[in-house]
Each structure stands twice: as C-alpha cells, then as structure tokens.
Design a protein around this ligand. Structure first.
Ligand SMILES: Cc1cc2nc3c(=O)[nH]c(=O)nc-3n(C[C@H](O)[C@H](O)[C@H](O)COP(=O)(O)O)c2cc1C
Ligand code: SF4
Length: 610
C-alpha cells in the first residue's frame, strides 16, 4: 500500500469512528493530526469526501486552529509558552537553550523529522512556568536540567508514554480557601437536593444567591438558566394540531480558559471535576437539557483522560446517563470536546461554532446562545467556576452564598495569582477584597502594578491598591498578574498586544488590521523609533479598534495600551525620539547591505531621518 493510500485508510477510519458526524470535525482533525503529525491536503480531501462536505470547509478549519497543521510537524512537537509570566520566569532563555541543544530554530522542524519547536500562547501554567507542551501534553517548570532530560529523551526517540511522569506533574497550588473550596460537595449530594426540592425551589435558591457568571462578563446565572428553560418552542416542527414540542436544550461548560494569567479552571478540573459536572447536571435538570459538553482547551489535554474517568464513574454511580438517581425522565450526559489552540473559542458563540465543527468565529448577537445556541437550540454556556459554585449553592442554599461579598457581587471569587510574588497560586476571596490585601497575602513586594482580568482587563498602578475586586469596581475572570518595579510597562503592553494580534480570528477588519497596526506601532516605540505623532496615533487607533470591533476580543485588545498609556504617559514619552514622526521603515538601516556590498561608508552613503 503506498503512503497516500495508507493515509487515506487511516483518515477514513477516524471519520467512520466519529459516525461521519460533521459536527465532530474538530475532534476528527485532532486525531488525524495525532496519528499522522499533520493534516495533509490528502487527509483533508479524504475527510471531506468521507463526510460529504466541501474540502474548503475542512481546509478552513485546519488553517484556523494553531494546533492543527497542514505541513508535517516533528515526531516530538515542542511548544514553549510565550505569555508574559513565562517570559518573567525565563522562558526566552530556556527556549534558546532548548533550540541550541536540539539544533533547531523556533518555527522549524529538524531535518531528521524527529522534533519541531515553536512558541504558543499562554498554556495556563503561569504560576509554574516557564512551561511548554510536548505533543500537546503540558510540562511545567522548565529548567536547564529538565530541558537536558527532554533533549535526551527526544534524541533517544523514547516514546512519549515512556517519559518520566515527574516531567508532567502539574501542581494545584491552592493557597487560600473560603466558602467554596473549603466546603466541597460530595458526588450526588446536590442532585439529591434537586430531586427532593424540585425545580422551582432550586431556581429560587440560585436566584437568592445572586450568582453572576465567573467567566468575566458577570451575567446573572439564574436569569440565564431561566431564559434557556423558557426559550422558544419549536412550533414550526410540530405536526398540525399537536402542542408545541419542547426544543432540545444544551448545557455547555466553557473550559477554554485562554486568558493569559488565568488557571483557576485548570485547578477546579484537576481536583474538583466531580463538583463541576454536578453543577452542569443541576443546570440540565432545571433547564431540561439531555446533552452537555465540556469544551476543554487543547492545552489541558493532560486532563482529558482523568476527566473521562470522572464521567465514567459518575455514570456508574447513576449520576449521569438515563434515569439519574432513579428519577424517570431525568436523562443527561456530558461529552468532552477538545479545542485546538484558539483563544477566541472562549467567546461563547465562537465556542459553539467550534463545537459544531467550524472555525471559531463569533456569531452576530442577538440572538444569544441562550435561545439560539448549539445547533440553533437554547443553550446555557457557563464558566467552570460558575457550575462549581452552582453545585454548592444547590446544596447549601442561596443565603449561605449571598451572605458574603458586596451589594452587586455576592459570594466568593477564585483568583489565579502569578507574577512577582513569593506565593503564586489559587486564592478564594469574598468579593470586595482590596488589592493591597491580596498583594500582602501572596507575598508581593515593591509592586509597580497589577494586571487584573488578563490582557483584556486593566493594568492598575500602585496608587490604586485600595480598590476592590468586584463587578462594580475591578471585575475579573480570575487573572491577577503582579509586576514589581523591575518590570518594563511597555514590554508588558507589547506582549499583550502581540497576543491579541496573534489571536484575532480575522473575521472583521477593525480587529484584524487594527491589532496588527497596534502591534507594529508599539514595536516601533518600544524599539526606540517612535515619535510624538505615534503616541497620538496609538491612542486614536486603540479607541477606534475598541469601538468598531465585532466581538469582545477586538473591543478589549487595546486595553493594555490604553490603560498603561493613561497611567504611565511619561514612560511612553521617554522612549520617543525628539522628532515629530519617524516612518515605521528604517531607511538608513535598509541601506546597510548596499553599503557593505559597495564598500562605502561615507556621509553620502547614509540617509538622515528628519
Ligand atoms: C475573547 C473572549 C474570550 C473568552 N474566554 C472565556 C473563557 O476562556 N472562559 C469563560 O468562561 N468565558 C470566556 N469568555 C466569556 C464567554 O463569552 C461567556 O461570557 C462565558 O463563558 C459565560 O459564562 P459565565 O456566565 O459563567 O461567565 C470569553 C469572552 C471573550 C470575548
Ligand atoms: S473582533 Fe477580532 S476576534 Fe472578534 S470577530 Fe472581529 S476579528 Fe474576530
């Protein structure tokens, strides 16, 4: 059998195993990538033919997700996290050391095909970096010694399954527990309460708790669930004369956690998955859903098997499947779907597109997913922590939860704290806690500022440490990055701006072009070529991208620039040249090769920038 034929056979087998269901396209392509180290044009064609879809659709999906590649990757594909916290922990030096030792350059595959190396966006291991992925599996705390070990394993062609487990050990680092983490729910306990109390009582408990979504935007959870429950009926598909059939409903747990500096969902899934699934099942009962999905970011592949194990155990205990806890008609199950390296898939409508086997491009809203979500049906999308909290509220009651927090932000919030502090990790606080208290607790000294809510959030300076964590003051999905006075504010803004330019899905022009222009301008200023006009342009462009972009990514992409420019204008000004404008293109620098070739270096062989 020739190579192409073998490839076609493998790919067709994968598509068959997925029941030729085009909604599962991303899962199929991930498997093809794993088996063949890439999704070649032949593989794309075979997938398209077997599924009966157009090959351009398959190609578009392959091109969209960073973890899929149309060109072969190495047998060991190594990716080093490029997030700011990894930089602060020395990732660039480690990457250079790794490249030297493997005789490879970033973005390349070694000529023997054994190994490829590249950078990737935040891997969610921010408090135990520098971190990387090998064939998608997370490796934290990269030191030179650990890199030496990796290089040895690669050069000996040791199968990944035989690599020492210690290399892959990811810690929880829970530092402070409050209401939720200190009172874990026993599997089934919340479901028993739901069945004993009934739908309306539990709806009221969730309402009383005033729980707001923990993914960042803070939408009221009880309202979302009610909207889904009461969602539009499928009148159109009812046979004449019969009552409207209830539409299918779906429950989706958003475990995409792509915001740099956020890793609390990783810890919840690693150590409290049962409670997260319990929360999803409570939601399913209340809204009348039979199918749920956990959308797990590709970077958390290492959790996949373990999570499947938790689901299997819950099925065994009658907590998932048909007739949950013996209640006829209470049928619900959860499927895990993996992402493939696209931050935008955390945006709920992009996530749903991805679940449907498409590129993760945000939909036009309204309608919102809660009425027109997965397959156009009413769908609840909630963050991991939201479901985790909902399970506890179901068991302990809404009052128990709402008795702490602030007027508009009830209960507690899990924070992922990293950066310049001696005790990074997970902290649970009642809403309303001050930034200075958090900094004291995590051992932060001489702090310059804190990035709250990740790159899409806000950089606050040391003059604002009296401010509070709450939706009415500083809202966050959970990212809390500390920077001390040795850090360069411009470099921080630059890293975040590069992140957005890389992660823009490209659908709308203001974001696609705007984030690239912001990146170029900031690079120009950061490299010492900026002029006063560039600063004005940076601010104008930032506000333009914010106000004209289609979704939350573009609407927040300029935040790192605008929030630092507002607080530290002098730091930007210090980097400027004393001219009004310098083009992004260095004319004199461009003539350097010509000077070398002609052997000239006299005054006339130079151009002065004016
Ligand atoms: C670019 C972008 C990325 C997002 N990433 C996440 C994410 O990783 N996890 C998450 O729960 N919500 C994320 N969100 C928010 C979701 O769109 C949605 O509001 C959330 O999942 C709803 O759940 P909640 O009500 O429990 O917060 C993101 C939003 C945007 C605009
Ligand atoms: S704002 Fe950016 S990420 Fe959002 S749809 Fe437009 S291009 Fe895509």
């Amino acid at each position: 059998m020739d190579r192409d034929e073998n490839e076609r056979r493998i790919v067709a087998g994968i598509v068959e195993n997925h029941g030729r269901d085009a909604h599962r396209l991303l899962s199929m392509l991930r498997e093809v990538q794993r088996e063949l180290r890439h999704v070649s044009p032949t593989a794309q064609q075979t997938v398209a033919e077997t599924l009966g879809v157009c090959v351009t659709r398959v190609r578009a999906v392959v091109e969209f997700y960073s973890f899929l590649s149309a060109a072969p990757l190495g047998k060991f594909d190594i990716r080093i996290s490029d997030s700011i916290t990894d930089h602060m922990l020395g990732s660039r030096d480690i990457a250079a050391y790794l490249c030297d030792a493997l005789a490879i350059r970033p973005g390349d595959i070694r000529p023997d095909g054994r190994v490829s190396m590249a950078f990737t966006s935040c891997t969610g291991l921010c408090e135990q970096g520098p971190a990387g992925l090998v064939n998608g599996y997370a490796i934290p705390r990269l030191t030179r010694e650990r890199v030496d070990r990796i290089v040895e394993l690669v050069n000996h062609d040791t199968p990944l399954s035989d690599w020492p487990e210690a290399l892959f050990a990811v810690e929880d680092n829970v530092r402070l527990k409050d209401r939720l983490l200190a009172n874990p729910v026993k599997p089934g306990a919340s479901l028993e309460r739901v069945l004993a109390q009934g739908r309306e009582t539990i709806f009221e408990e969730i309402e009383t708790s005033q729980l707001r979504g923990r993914g960042g935007a803070g939408f009221n959870t009880a309202w979302k669930w009610r909207f889904c429950y009461e969602g539009p009926e499928e009148v159109a598909v009812c046979p004449p004369g019969q009552p409207a059939a209830q539409a299918e409903r779906y429950v989706v747990c958003n475990a995409d956690e792509g915001e740099p500096g956020t890793f609390k969902d990783r810890v919840l899934l690693q150590s409290h998955a049962d409670q997260v699934f319990e929360g999803m099942t409570v939601c399913a009962y209340l809204v009348g859903a039979r199918q749920g999905f956990l959308y797990l970011r590709g970077e958390y592949l290492y959790l996949h098997q373990r999570l499947e194990g938790v689901l299997a155990e819950r099925r065994r205990q009658g907590l998932l499947g048909e007739g949950i806890l013996g209640r006829k008609g209470f049928d619900f199950d959860i499927e895990i779907r993996l992402g493939a390296g696209a931050y935008i898939c955390g945006e709920e409508s992009a996530l749903i597109e991805s679940l449907e086997g498409k590129r993760g491009v945000p939909r036009n809203r309204p309608p919102y997913p809660v009425t027109h979500g997965y397959l156009g049906k009413p769908t609840v999308v909630n963050n991991v922590e939201t479901f985790f909290a909902a399970a506890a509220i179901t068991l302990h009651g809404g009052e128990w939860f709402a008795s702490v927090g602030t007027e508009k932000s009830k209960g507690t919030k899990l924070l992922s704290i990293c950066g310049d502090c001696s005790r990074p990790g997970i902290y649970e606080y009642p809403f309303g806690v001050t930034i200075s208290r958090i900094l004291d607790d995590c051992g932060a000294d001489d702090t310059l500022g804190v990035q709250i809510g990740g790159p899409s959030g806000m950089f606050i300076s040391d003059k604002e440490f009296g401010r509070k964590l709450a939706f009415e003051d500083l809202a966050t999905g959970g990212s809390f990055i500390v920077f001390d006075r040795t850090r360069d504010v411009l470099e921080i803004a630059r890293n975040f701006t590069h992140f957005f330019a890389h992660e823009s899905c490209g659908f709308c022009t203001p974001c696609r072009v705007g984030t690239a222009l912001l990146k170029n301008l900031l690079d120009k200023i950061g490299d010492g070529h900026g002029a006063a006009g560039d600063l004005a342009e940076l601010s104008r462009l930032g506000r333009f991208v914010r106000s004209t972009s289609h979704c939350g990514l573009g609407q927040t992409a300029a935040n790192p620039i605008l929030s630092t420019l507002e607080r530290y204008p002098e730091l930007y000004q210090k980097r400027l040249k004393t001219i009004d404008f310098e083009p992004g293109f260095d004319l004199d620098g461009a003539l350097a090769i010509a000077r070398r070739l002609s052997g000239r270096d006299d005054e006339n062989a130079h151009l002065t920038q004016t």
